[in-house]
Design a protein around this ligand. Structure first.
Ligand SMILES: [Zn+2]
Length: 125
């Protein structure tokens, strides 16, 4: 898939909402493509005391719910199409669910795609 199509899909899922005094959701959305060509999406949940999770995490949970683990492309975007590279935890998470994901293509800024290998170079296992 063209990576900008995936970005557009992620952007279409951005829907910032304040659920409660301290809980915000949907300010970042993720879209990923699997080896089988399926697309999954997810949004972040930011809750107090570290209870939330990233958009990548949500999209990956949907992928795993559908019995897949191998990501070929992944994009996270926020309002106005700002691109967010995966945080450190998500980089490790993407790797841990399937080491072959080290080859996944990640949009890290406008028109710049890198592999997970490039942004997670010194792995502990
Ligand atoms: Zn993250």
């Amino acid at each position: 898939m063209e990576i900008n199509q995936l970005k557009d899909l992620a952007m279409s899922k951005v829907n910032p909402q304040k659920l409660t005094e301290n809980c915000y959701v949907g300010s970042v959305a993720c879209a990923l493509v699997t080896e089988q060509g399926n697309v999954y999406t997810g949004v972040c949940i930011d809750a107090p005391s570290g209870m939330g999770f990233c958009a990548e995490h949500a999209a990956i949970a949907q992928m795993i719910t559908n019995n897949e683990t191998r990501i070929t492309q992944i994009v996270a975007a926020g309002p106005e199409g700002k691109i967010y590279p995966p945080c450190g935890r998500c980089r490790e998470f993407i790797y841990q669910i399937n080491p072959k994901n080290i080859e996944a293509e990640i949009l890290v800024e406008e028109n710049k795609v890198v592999s997970l290998e490039e942004i997670l170079p010194y792995r502990w296992n």
